[in-house]
Design a protein around this ligand. Sequence first.
Ligand code: NAD
Length: 251
Amino acid sequence: MLLKGKVAVVTGGSRGIGFATVKAYLENGASVLFFGSKQETVDAALAKLKAIDASWDVEGQVVNLSDYDAMKAAYTGWANKHGGRLDIAIHNAGISPATKIQDLTVDQFKNTYDVNVTAVFVGCKVATELMRAQGDGGVILNTASYTAAYGAPTGCDYPSSKGAVHTLTRGLARELGPDGIRVCAVAPGVTRTDMVASLPQEWIKPLEAKAPLKKLVEPEDIANAFLFLGSDMAKSVTGVTLHVDAGGTNY
Ligand code: NAD
């Protein structure tokens, strides 16, 4: 058990990569509060987890992730249930609208940044406040994307927002290192989730073929990266964006 007794929060935990990460964290002894965008998907995810192990310490909530006060209340409430601790905060929720630039409105662009960047910033800020107060640091992990390095065929909002996640992570690692707070990101390659199922398959198939390992990434592969980075096995690792992409640098 890599995370025995650790207290964690995970945004975008109701499905896909986030759900796999919540499950991996619970299996490894953590207490987890996760967030989703709809109450019914949060409830469904909770039911799935409780069916695996009813004793797992897990709760789910729907919160506006870019609302500082709401996030502060949610993270603090979970910490207060666990002796005031927050050990690991994972900011994973994201959207990928894939809209061509001629159709992409300024409001849509801002909305992508609200979910993919502002919400990550707010989560990092709230987590920092709690982790500084507990005095012995913590770990903040964010979900970036391979598209930050390679772009995407359409939807310039998404790769650029993930580039911001990468540099936000890097900057905060420098700023928060002296407080004992590690800050890292995981950059998934094309991962078999609902988000990818909703993209045009003519994009996806060639990427699978081009990846050196000739496969898509599974949500559990990303969860394992979050497990490593959140654990003491990574105690000297900060500021990195770990690419988990079947070697997809050739995408
Ligand atoms: P998904 O669509 O299956 O799940 C997204 C999660 O984010 C869900 O839990 C959803 O409830 C939550 N979410 C979305 N919008 C939200 C909002 N406005 N408010 C609150 N929660 C919201 O996606 P996924 O494929 O599991 O992706 C997870 C993360 O990984 C995202 O940040 C995504 O950009 C990133 N990523 C995914 C891939 C991939 O190939 N699947 C590749 C690179 C990066």
